[in-house]
Write a protein that binds this ligand. Structure first.
Ligand code: ADP
Ligand code: ZN
Length: 434
């Protein structure tokens, strides 16, 4: 028996959803045009006026926004209302130059938390559940989003945040957590740690998990379901659109329903920007239909996806997106943190190295490993091990300051990294996540 948090919206007939989206889009475009000079300018450059947008079918007349716009407009250029109406910010894991800061009014927060509440109820959550949230809290959207959703459902919420696995397990067992919210890699790690402590899957009270913020495979789902004795549901989102809960899985576990009353999704050809028909693979683009603090229109996520509106056995009518199948840029997600090779290059040049390097990412025991091989300059190259180790340490610190996570640096002899004939192979990702 399917359960819904907001049944009238989640099972609304498709033509009514489309009418609602059209009405909201017309209002939202007017709002953005009047309140966000940065986007107004983009609309003017494209020769489109608010009155040209009469419904959702006109959306392709609007200009796109991308991470570059976010950088150009940082920090306040895409704000949609007076700061006095803003009650919160969230931000992606601290990366200079690529930092995304999103602003929320109280209504924006309520909407976001409702989306997360829909995800929790779809995973079987009720006010009798004990919802254990070990996504990170703070600037990261994972913790605050699911925490708010859990409150709305009326679960007893455990705001654990990430880390300290022994304590996670103690609270989980003592208080009888029934729903676990965290990244899939952390869920797998908790599963392993429970087994190491001698617990069997049936010893815990967990029944479901809501896992997202990074790519994960069906194999990983099965492993987590088995080790924790639960059903594992996917959840998707990004800071730019609010955070987790833009879409979520239902009991069918065949893709994530997009909360279409708040987010309009398009799939485009990443090269031409042309909108592709339903069922085709391309880049996912989101328009927030009612956010007021940070109202992004046609935001290019760079996530490669497929949308389908096949009827779902859960009764929800909202369109479904596949798991992200890759990226149309070179962003990697390592230990939950967004990393771009260009950031690594910036650090290398600043620290006096040449941009001859190779990044190797792997997953060992459900934890990402992150190694950077860097060619030493002839001046710096030394046969004294301690000197080389010091340079490696210094460079690792500089990388940490830029990326927010620690790579292992390996300085190698000048000219030892293979030069390829065409485009250099900078990244070797052995995780096989897609
Ligand atoms: P989050 O808090 O969700 O990590 P970020 O804004 O830091 O938010 O990163 C958003 C990106 O994370 C998305 O564009 C997507 O690439 C990735 N992501 C989020 N959820 C998922 C998921 N369930 N599966 C795969 N990738 C995801
Ligand atoms: Zn469904």
């Amino acid at each position: 028996m399917a359960n819904y948090y907001q049944p009238e919206i989640e099972t609304m007939p498709v033509d009514e959803i489309k009418a609602l989206q059209s009405k909201k889009l017309v209002e939202q475009v007017k709002y953005v045009y009047e309140n966000v000079p940065y986007y107004r300018k983009k609309m003017e450059e494209k020769g489109v006026k608010p009155e040209d947008i009469k419904g959702i079918e006109d959306i392709s007349k609007l200009p796109f926004l991308s991470k570059d716009d976010l950088r150009d407009a940082y920090p306040y250029g895409l704000l949609g209302t007076d700061l006095k109406n803003i009650v919160r910010i969230q931000s992606t894991s601290g990366t200079t130059g690529r930092r995304v800061v999103a602003f929320y009014t109280q209504e924006d927060i309520d909407m976001w938390e409702e989306c997360c509440a829909r995800a929790i109820v779809a995973a079987g959550g009720t006010n009798e559940d004990v919802c254990h949230v070990c996504y990170g809290y703070g600037l990261f959207t994972g913790g605050p989003g699911l925490n708010g959703g859990s409150h709305k459902v009326g679960c007893m919420t455990l705001p654990m945040s990430s880390g300290n696995t022994d304590r996670q397990i103690q609270f989980m067992m003592d208080l009888g957590s029934t729903i676990l919210c965290c990244t899939p890699s952390y869920a797998a790690y908790i599963g392993e740690s429970l087994a190491e402590k001698g617990y069997k899957p049936e010893d815990n009270k967990l029944k479901a998990g809501i896992f997202g913020a990074e790519p994960w495979t069906e194999e990983m789902r099965q492993e987590i379901e088995k080790s924790l004795g639960i059903k594992a549901y996917d959840i998707y989102g990004l800071t730019e659109t609010s955070g987790p809960g833009v879409s979520f899985e239902c009991e069918e576990q065949t893709g994530m329903h997009i909360n279409e009353d708040h987010f309009y999704a398009e799939i485009i050809d990443p090269k031409t920007g042309e909108v592709l028909p339903e069922g085709e693979k391309g880049e996912l683009v989101f328009t927030s239909l009612d956010k007021k603090g940070f109202p992004l229109l046609r935001y290019r996520t760079k996530d490669i996806c497929i949308l389908t509106r096949k009827p779902c056995s859960c009764g929800r009518t909202h369109i479904k997106m596949s798991k992200p199948l890759g990226r149309s840029d070179d962003m990697m997600i390592i230990r939950g943190v967004n990393v771009f090779p260009s950031q690594i290059e910036t650090v290398l040049l600043k620290e006096g190295y040449t941009p001859n390097y190779q990044i190797v990412v792997d997953r060992v025991k459900n934890t990402d490993t992150f190694d950077i091989y860097v060619e030493c300059t002839p001046e710096r190259f030394s046969d004294k091990v301690s000197e080389m180790q010091n340079s490696e340490k210094e460079l690792a610190l500089a990388m940490r300051a830029m990326l927010g996570i620690n790579p292992k640096i390996h300085l190698v002899a000048p000219k030892s990294i293979e030069r390829s004939e065409g485009k250099a192979v900078r990244v070797i990702d052995k995780r096989k996540l897609h």
